[in-house]
Design a protein around this ligand. Structure first.
Ligand code: GDP
Ligand code: GDP
Ligand code: MG
Length: 327
């Protein structure tokens, strides 16, 4: 069974283009400046390119890798024409992202499971966990899949209500024990209910937590442990949600969170309305954990499977075109 490929790879390019418009404009402006008045790719251009990539939130480590590759290629190439810069940049980033995902597919393929396929959604406060769950509910429902959500963010009453609104809107089975309930007990209930109803997917919402709060990280372990009393192999996916508009902070959060707990996939939200979308490239390259989904708006349909090639296509044109400031 491969739910996600069918779900998300349809005509989403326009949404992606729109969502990434600000990042693209920023990157292109910087790149145009880097090549301005230049005919050939030289040391100056590479310096400027390096700065352009770093200030586009791609990250220092990833930028260094990209620059090294381009330097190497240019030094061996017969033509150093500036026209070759964008195509080369696209190729090198694409190649890097393809290799960095290892044997992990960039689209989320769901193997057939005994019972429902269970997602545990984690991350700090306000990054878009609950909204991502709502979007997933919407898209699963559109495919005729039966979805159960568990309100294991029991820290604030409003969190429970917010999830219920999404469940009502999308027809998902809503499982809650209200505020202050034990999150692990809610997760247990949700899976039990999904099994009883023969549901396909379970999405467990959790309270925002910082990686350095040990008791809150322990609570995640407890949720997982208790879940396993009712079904083997759950959760199938632990998705860490990161706010892409925070740029390098998102990268730092990913580093610390993945060190503190086991994470199987990443979600980058709020890529719309930010110029910092380049961080997705840095994160996809740096972590051996696949970026599963990206959020490009607040509407239910504004969630996409992350595909490196599509992402690069929306971010970098093949030539400067009308924006070409060189002669
Ligand atoms: P949580 O605390 O992690 O559960 O975060 P929420 O799901 O409550 O989201 C916090 C805010 O971010 C809400 O106002 C959401 O509408 C908004 N949000 C979430 N995802 C996106 C996105 O992809 N794009 C935009 N523009 N806003 C988003
Ligand atoms: P504090 O930890 O002394 O500030 O006490 P609070 O009254 O703010 O929190 C009570 C309990 O909830 C403590 O165990 C906190 O660690 C925990 N807590 C506080 N803030 C958060 C939060 O944003 N998310 C979650 N999951 N737990 C929190
Ligand atoms: Mg929430």
């Amino acid at each position: 069974m491969s739910f996600f490929k069918r779900l998300f790879s349809s005509e989403k390019k326009e949404t992606l283009d729109q969502g990434l418009a600000r990042t693209k404009r920023g990157v292109l402006e910087k790149l145009s400046r880097a090549v301005m008045g230049k005919k050939d790719i030289d040391a100056d251009v590479l310096d400027e390119l390096e700065e352009a990539l770093i200030t586009s939130d791609i990250g220092v480590a990833t930028t260094t890798r990209i620059i090294e590759r381009i330097e190497d290629r240019t030094s061996r190439a017969s033509s150093k024409s500036i026209e070759l810069l964008l195509p080369m940049l696209r190729e090198e980033i694409a190649d890097m992202l393809e290799n960095s995902s290892g044997d992990q597919p960039t689209d989320l393929t769901i193997p057939a499971t005994e019972g429902p396929y269970v997602f545990l959604i984690v991350g700090v406060n306000g990054v878009g966990k609950t909204t991502t769950i709502g979007k997933l509910c919407h898209q699963f429902a559109a495919q005729g899949l039966k979805v159960t959500v568990g309100a294991a963010d029991t820290f604030r009453a409003a969190a429970v209500d917010q999830l219920q609104v999404w469940a009502d809107r999308t027809g998902a089975n809503f499982v809650s024990q209200g505020q202050d309930a034990d999150p692990a007990a809610v997760a247990f209930d949700a899976i039990q209910s999904a099994v009883a109803k023969g549901h396909d997917v379970v999405l467990i919402d959790t309270a925002g937590r910082l990686h350095n709060k040990k008791h809150l990280m322990d609570e995640l372990s407890k949720i997982k442990r208790v879940m396993q009393k009712i079904a083997t192999g759950v959760p199938h996916e632990v998705l860490l949600v990161l706010d892409g508009s925070t740029g390098q902070n998102a990268l730092e959060q990913a580093k610390q969170f993945t060190a503190a707990t086991e994470v199987s996939g990443l979600v980058l939200t709020k890529l719309d309305g930010t110029a910092r979308g380049g961080v997705v490239i840095g994160i996809a390259e740096e972590f051996k954990i696949p970026v599963r989904f990206i959020g490009v708006g607040e509407q239910p349909e504004d969630l996409q499977v992350f595909n490196a090639m599509e992402f690069i296509d929306s971010l970098l044109p093949e030539s400067f075109g009308s924006e070409n400031t060189t002669s």
